[in-house]
Design a protein around this ligand. Structure first.
Ligand code: CA
Length: 247
């Protein structure tokens, strides 16, 4: 019988242009989160940090709905913090999260959820699949057939989000559930990676290294070599057979 385990590695870097890193990342073996904050002054930094800290306190995720609920709680925390400090007005953050689901089935399941344009991908045997939909203006125009992928990548408003935590009292969260399959590798990342490095290059790098820390380091390096115009955060999670890796 196989015992499934997760192995992970992560890097978050300010990049080559910005002065502060407004991304946040957390991983504790049961929950994996990347958040990309926005808002003037210290706002973006504070919003992504509130979200990451909140997820650190989530002890168990019994379902995708519970993961989505944690997004709602983080949303309220960001809004109440902003309401009490005029320097933080308008702050918000994206969040993409992957969680081990604690339910009563024998199989290990994972839940994922996202708001904004931070992404999750899955590397399967022969392909890289983007699992999240970006909640951004250009992504929505692209899905509606009004922009090509090429036009979207050059669009002056490509940073405009249609959903984020911190913006409204209620936030719509996409979430879903799937079995953990040995051999799958997940990538959670901020847009500072995908705006600098192509999906093909990301896929090659995910295949090149065995250790998830080496992948994270290589991807951040690639984003910085391509210009590093934004903060870049990469979190790589591997589903492995624990009965062999524990030896
Ligand atoms: Ca960003």
């Amino acid at each position: 019988m196989t015992s499934i385990q997760l192995k992970w590695g992560m890097r978050s870097d300010v990049g080559k242009v910005r002065q502060i890193n407004q991304d946040a990342v957390m991983a504790n073996g049961a929950l994996f989160v990347v958040a990309d904050g926005m808002g003037g002054h210290r706002g973006g930094e504070v919003a992504s940090e509130i979200a990451a800290k909140h997820f650190e306190e989530v002890v168990s995720v019994p379902s995708g709905e519970d993961l989505a609920k944690a997004f709602g709680q983080a949303n309220h925390m960001i809004r109440s913090r902003a309401a009490g400090d005029s320097n933080l007005t308008g702050m918000g953050t994206t969040v993409v999260a992957l969680a081990v689901v604690r339910d009563d089935t024998d199989e290990m399941h994972l839940a994922s959820a996202n708001v904004g344009d931070s992404r999750m991908y899955r590397l399967e045997e022969d392909r890289l699949v983007q699992m999240t939909l970006d909640h951004s203006l250009v992504a929505e125009l692209t899905r509606a057939g009004q922009l090509s992928e090429e036009e979207a990548s050059q669009h002056p408003q490509r940073n405009v989000l249609t959903r984020a935590l911190g913006v409204d009292d209620e936030v719509m969260v996409d979430h879903w559930l799937f079995p953990a399959i040995v051999g799958h590798r997940y990538l959670l990342c901020s847009d500072g990676l995908v705006n600098e490095v192509s999906d093909d290059d990301i896929a090659d790098t995910l295949r090149e290294f065995d250790d998830p820390n080496d992948v994270a380091e290589a991807l951040v390096e690639k984003a910085n070599r391509a210009g590093g115009r934004d903060n870049v955060t990469v979190l790589v999670v591997d589903v492995v057979d624990g009965s062999t890796s524990a030896q």
